[in-house]
Design a protein around this ligand. Structure first.
Ligand code: AP5
Length: 208
């Protein structure tokens, strides 16, 4: 199954993706995680992306599209993938359609995780992320429950940047809801409920 996860920053895309990966073994392709890994490595891509990410802006399309193309071609993505954080605008959605068409693959669903912006601000301010594997958990979690790595607060989870990310989502990413409605693959789940309740609905919507 090939899925795109849509939703504002902090809506719970990564959390739901982690659960789907654990249960069904799909490849988790998170552009945010890939970019943070590039920054950690100090690669050319990481150096180019860092300023945009710290400011809560989108990284230029060409950098992200190349990253995703490479990842879609990897062996572990052949049995199904979850794209988390990509596409982020119409140009990326069109590039994805064209790449999938070349690969003779299709998207099965675009799943929108809906959460009110006020809830998002609270969630992101208290989120901690694993430096090693990207696992996310609420503040107070000092060691990653998955790999034992150190948990830290992302630079873009500071209050001033969260509001900017919400604005970027509203202007650039939210139009993709209509885009995928037009492709008849949009599904929507209320993400403002306990994680396991959201996950039960996610599976039902995806017929898993
Ligand atoms: P990215 O890493 O993709 O960030 P994001 O989309 O802003 O999403 P988040 O990871 O912040 O949130 P999430 O929805 O995954 O929520 P999570 O599950 O962690 O992107 C970061 C930056 O990279 C961008 O700003 C941009 O600069 C760049 N970038 C990335 N992709 C790009 C692209 N395609 N093009 C250009 N630039 C790109 O949950 C959040 C918190 O809430 C956690 O603490 C979690 O434990 C908690 N939580 C989750 N679900 C629930 C629930 N149901 N109830 C209570 N708490 C919950």
């Amino acid at each position: 199954m090939n899925i795109v996860l849509l939703g504002g920053p902090g809506a719970g895309k990564g959390t739901q993706a982690q659960k789907l990966v654990e249960e069904f073994g799909f490849a988790h392709i998170s552009t945010g995680d890939l970019l943070r890994a590039a920054i950690k490595e100090g690669s050319k891509l990481g150096k180019k992306a860092k300023g945009y990410m710290d400011a809560g802006q989108l990284v230029p399309d060409d950098l992200v599209i190349d990253l995703v193309k490479e990842r879609l071609e990897a062996d572990d993505a052949q049995g199904g993938f979850i794209l988390d954080g990509f596409p982020r605008n119409t140009a990326q959605a069109v590039a994805l359609d064209s790449e999938l068409s070349i690969m003779e693959r299709t998207l099965d669903a675009a799943l929108l995780v809906s959460v009110d912006p006020d809830v998002i601000v609270k969630r992101l301010s208290s989120r901690r992320t694993c430096r090693s594997c990207g696992y996310t958990a609420p503040a107070g979690t000092e060691t990653c429950p998955r790999c034992g790595g150190e948990m830290y607060q992302r630079d873009d989870d500071k209050p001033e940047t969260i509001q900017h990310r919400l604005d970027v989502y509203a202007t650039q990413t939210a139009p993709l809801v209509e885009y995928y409605k037009g492709h008849s693959i949009l599904k929507e789940v209320d993400g403002d409920r306990p994680v396991d309740n959201v996950y039960a609905d996610v599976k039902a919507l995806l017929n898993l």
